[in-house]
Write a protein that binds this ligand. Sequence first.
Ligand code: BGC
Length: 749
Amino acid sequence: MNKISIQIVLAIALICGTELSALAKNKNHKSIDERVDSLLSLMTIDEKIGQTVLFTSRWDVTGPILRDGEEEAIRTGKCGNVFNAHTAAYTRKLQELAVNETRLGIPLLFGYDVIHGHQTLSPISLGESASWDLDLIEKSAQMAAREASACGIHWTFAPMCDIGRDPRWGRVSEGAGEDTYLGSQIGAARVKGFQGDNIANQNTVAACVKHMAAYGAAQAGRDYHSVDMSERVLRETYLPPYKAAVDAGAKTVMTSFNDLDGVPATANSFLLKDILRNEWGFNGMVVTDYTAINELIPHGVAEDEYHAGILAMKAGVDMDMEGGIYMDHLKKAVENKDVDLSELDNAVRNILRLKFELGIMDDPYKYCNEELESKEVLSTENRNTAYEMAVASCVLLKNENKVLPLSKEEKIAVIGPLANSKRDLLGSWKAAGKPQSVEQTILDAIIANSSKGNVKFALGCGVSKPSKEGFAKAIDIASKSDKIVMVMGEKWNMSGEAACRTNLDFPGVQKELILEISKLNKPVVLVFMTGRSMTIENESNLVDALMNVWYPGTEGGRAVADLLFGHKIPSGKLTMTMPRNVGQIPIFYNYKNTGRPFNPNKPKDTYKSRYLDVANTPLYEFGYGLSYSTLSYSEISLSKNIFEKGKNIIASVKLTNTGDFDADEVVQLYIHDQVASVTRPVKELKAFDKIHLKKGETKTLTFTIDEEMLKFFRKDMSYGAEEGNFTLFIGGSSATQNSIEFELTGVSK
Ligand code: BGC
């Protein structure tokens, strides 16, 4: 029995002498809440506060460092939790300090940003979302959990469930794109992947839903900026993905940096208590984002650290990430009765419960197994999952004259600053991933797929450097080749946290190089890496084929080349609209019609909702992506055209693979509510399915339409459907016009 179990037994014994032997014999049959309470009853106020403290280690830097080394704080019981530390050996070393040197020996919780993998990396999260493959996304999260938990991690700061509608905001790379429904499905799939059926299993980690809330709506796409939106938009568009992740059982939630309607999220009891705890029934643990309590001071809602701590605790924040505010000020606040002891106790309960659930109270070294670590890290199984995920996430945006797939006999010029980069494949939030674990860059894999001597490479230019010195060599090898593959884009650190941009074009002189190469009149394939939607209209017009590969991860080189050579068929679809220019932002598919909608068939109409200098439409819409094959949708048929409340209708469509390759297609179903008590979007994604069709094959797909799909926040903010007419669309992107109408009756207003 470890120190804690003994202490708990003693505590119970003190309270109720007769219970000692029963509890000692039957420890595992006591509920976790009883064990939490008995432990809490032993703790001093300093020990309680120590549990609310989370400090960073130096193994990774994910924000401003406020203090030296975590070891002293652990030894003295001031810090009960650590993040940015990993490996079985190092976490064991820190765990020993907590277990052996503090009075109660409560083990540390180890957190880390395992966002798209631990050492074996899948594509960045936005890329994963473009697969629209929930099973695969869950499998990727499972893989990350297996690896991270074998390296001492108990808890990941993921999934990020922020809706991203503004690609200037660098953090769109960490989410699932612009859509509420898809984002909700993906958030839930990630939680299931990370946590499995039971976080007590050694190969799982606790998930953390972040950032609560509406962080993605930061004004002007600038990180950490304010958010101001109606409660209708908040509830309808931004909150559902967090809720879906909470409903999927996520054990923890992280507050966001932004203020919302004037109240910073970390001091926002409307978000953290009214909505999260009371409406959604969340009973897990709430952690701040990095120093977010301290930031209540520059936000201008707290005069000093003492008051910042009170605001956060009263709003429902259990754990303070890196700020040290709870550590320095909470005791005084309790003594002064500015914070009630019961509030602190509740926070500590939420933290201890998580530690019990993870099983570290009974076995603090459960996740510190070096043998397992060496078996799991970069295992073939993990690499295969990352490969599969990378293949499924790349989006083919253009393929004129069937320039793709390439053949091994063709002479290929590979050009571009990202073609031979290992680090860039990994993207931001690479966790413990290392460039040296990448076995093949895109260039390496293209060479491996080609006949000997057929591939020539030139850098051409840097990502953002102004020099054009490399142009001549690039033009030279391009002019001697059959086809040109350019690998361009943003460097890995040009998106992610604190990486916002107002110019979303290819950086540096890349645009000029693409222009020069296009003048050779040879087939050009432009492969680009990015963590956001970029503005690439000119380049898209200049090249024959265009493939968005995001930052495709450890196995990304192999995956991209296999797609280019047709060993795999592209099947990804955009989850974020690609604008024509920055002036269109925010641009997303489910906009409102307005009172003066622009009709492109009547371009001369004036006083319409439009720009003078650019079309309203995006360059590539949400849900768009090509295959090497072609797919044809039949008209939609309905089991009936009218359905009553409580009933449903079945919509079906036939899909035929009419091209020359087997293909995967993401079939998307959208609904438009024609007349409602409040204005409704022109289309909303309500269902989708990713299916495989062999060459020449036809499949019939059916979807059930029920009242639930038609619900929204009505004029009085009640949530429900309204009777009337709806348009149903089924097709291969959000621009589909393949539609039919139906009616819902019997709903009282
Ligand atoms: C980010 C979080 C992250 C945390 C810990 C913060 O700066 O906003 O998303 O989980 O750092 O690394």
